[in-house]
Design a protein around this ligand. Structure first.
Ligand code: PMP
Length: 363
C-alpha cells in the first residue's frame, strides 16, 4: 500500500500483503458489486451473482493448478487448523492409524490434533548436524497399515520445505497453506491438499481443499455436517453460509495471478528473490540461517542476527524504511522474510539494499 510518499512493503507471514491492484478493485467494487446495487459483503450465497463467482474461481483454480477431473475443489471455513481435526475424523476410525511426518511447527500441530481422534505414527523427520535437513524417506519408520500419510510442504515458521513431493504408494494428505500456487505441482502426487487463504489465496476465513473424488466415499458416517468432506462436496461447499467475501477475494487473486503469467512465471521470480536473499545471508557475517540448502523455503526465510539488541535495531530501522512484518514467529524468535506472490521486485530489492546497508554498519 502507498503511504502517500514512501511505498510500504509488508513481509508478514499471513495474513499477508495483497497485490495493490486487488486492493483497488475491492475498494472500487465494495459498495456496489458490478452494478448489482449490493456489496459482496451483502450478496446471498444462493444468489446467481455469488454462484457464478464461485464457479469462476473454481474454474480458474483448476486452470492455474492443472487440477485433473478426478479431483474436487471445496471452499470451506475454519482455516487449515480445522483440517487438522477434519482429516482424522473423516478418515480414521478410533483403532486406525495414520503416519504424520513432523518437520516443524505446523506439521507437529496437525499430528497433535490427530492424536485426539485416532492412533498416530509420529515420524520426526528432521536431522540436525551443522544444518537442519529433512531425512530421506528411507529413514522414516512408516506404518504399513496407516490409512494416510500427512505432511506439510512448507513450514511457514521454521522455513523448511520439501524440495519435491513425497512419492510413496500411500494416500497422501498435504498442508500447503504457505506454498500453494508458489510452484507448479503434479496434483496426482496427492490425494488431498489443503490451504488457508490468507497467504497466496487472499484473506483469512477460507480454506481451499483439493480432494480425489474416490476418497469422498471413504468418509466415516458420524462426522458433523460442516466438517464432513462428502457433504460439503454434495452441497457444493454450501452446507452453511460460506465465507463469501473471502471467495470473492480469491477470484480476484486468481485473476491477478493469471495476469502475471501464472504459477510458473511467478514461481521463477520468487525463486530468484529468495536466492538473492539467501546469497546475502550466506556471504554475511551478521545474518544466519541454519537450514541446509536443499530444504530452504523460497517462501518463508527465517534468519537471526547475533545479538538480541541488533535484532531489535534491525526491526526498528526496517520499519523506518517502510519494510514491515519482519519479526519472526514468537515460538522461535529471530527474524523472518515472507515472499508470497504479491511481493513485487521493488520490495525485495529495497529489503536487500536495506540488509546490505545494515550489515555494513553493524558487522
Ligand atoms: N499450516 C500452515 C503451514 C500455516 O502456515 C498456517 C498459518 N500460518 C496454518 C496451518 C494455520 O492456518 P489457520 O490459522 O488459517 O488455521
Amino acid at each position: 500500500m502507498s503511504s502517500g510518499h514512501q511505498e510500504i512493503f509488508y513481509f508478514g507471514a499471513g495474513p499477508a500483503m495483497l497485490p495493490r491492484k486487488v486492493l483497488e478493485q475491492i475498494k472500487e467494487e465494495l459498495v456496489n458489486y458490478q452494478g448489482t446495487d449490493l456489496s459482496m459483503l451483502e450478496h446471498s450465497h444462493r444468489s446467481e451473482v455469488f454462484i457464478e463467482l464461485m464457479d469462476k474461481a473454481e474454474y480458474m483454480l483448476r486452470e492455474l493448478m492443472a487440477i485433473p477431473k478426478e479431483y474436487e475443489v471445496l471452499f470451506l471455513h475454519g482455516g487449515a487448523t480445522a483440517q487438522y481435526s477434519m482429516l482424522p475424523i473423516n478418515f480414521l476410525a478410533k483403532n486406525e492409524m495414520a503416519d504424520y511426518i513432523c518437520t516443524g511447527h505446523w506439521s507437529s500441530k496437525a499430528c497433535e490434533e490427530a492424536k485426539q481422534f485416532a492412533n498416530v505414527n509420529e515420524v520426526h523427520a528432521l536431522e540436525q548436524n551443522e544444518k537442519v535437513k529433512i531425512n530421506p524417506v528411507e529413514k522414516w519408520q512408516l506404518n504399513t497399515d496407516s490409512v494416510y500419510l500427512h505432511y506439510c510442504s512448507n513450514e511457514t515458521i521454521n522455513g523448511i520445505s520439501f524440495p519435491e513431493s513425497i512419492k510413496l504408494d500411500k494416500t497422501i494428505f498435504c498442508d500447503m497453506t504457505s506454498s500453494i500456487l508458489t510452484s507448479q505441482l503434479d496434483i496426482n502426487d496427492y490425494d488431498l491438499i489443503y490451504a488457508s487463504a490468507q497467504k497466496n489465496l487472499g484473506i483469512a476465513g477460507l480454506c481451499l481443499i483439493v480432494i480425489r473424488n474416490d476418497l469422498l466415499n471413504k468418509v466415516k458416517y458420524n462426522v458433523p455436517r460442516v466438517f464432513n468432506y462428502k457433504l460439503c462436496y454434495e452441497n457444493k461447499s454450501l452446507v452453511n453460509t460460506p465465507p463469501i467475501f473471502a471467495i470473492y477475494v480469491l477470484g480476484l487473486m486468481l485473476n491477478w495471478l493469471n495476469d502475471q503469467g501464472g504459477v510458473n512465471e511467478i514461481g521463477k521470480l520468487r525463486k530468484k528473490f529468495a536466492n538473492n536473499i539467501y546469497s546475502l545471508i550466506d556471504s554475511s557475517e551478521l545474518y544466519q540461517n541454519n537450514i541446509d540448502v536443499p530444504f530452504r523455503s523460497n517462501v518463508n526465510i527465517p534468519f537471526t542476527i547475533k545479538s538480541e539488541k541488533a535484532q531489535e535495531e534491525f526491526l526498528l530501522q526496517a520499519e523506518n524504511n517502510k519494510l514491515l512484518g519482519l519479526r519472526g514467529h514468537k515460538s522461535v524468535g529471530g527474524l523472518r522474510i515472507s515472499l508470497y506472490n504479491a511481493m513485487p521486485m521493488q520490495g525485495t530489492q529495497k529489503l536487500l539494499d536495506f540488509m546490505h546497508d545494515f550489515e555494513s554498519y553493524h558487522a
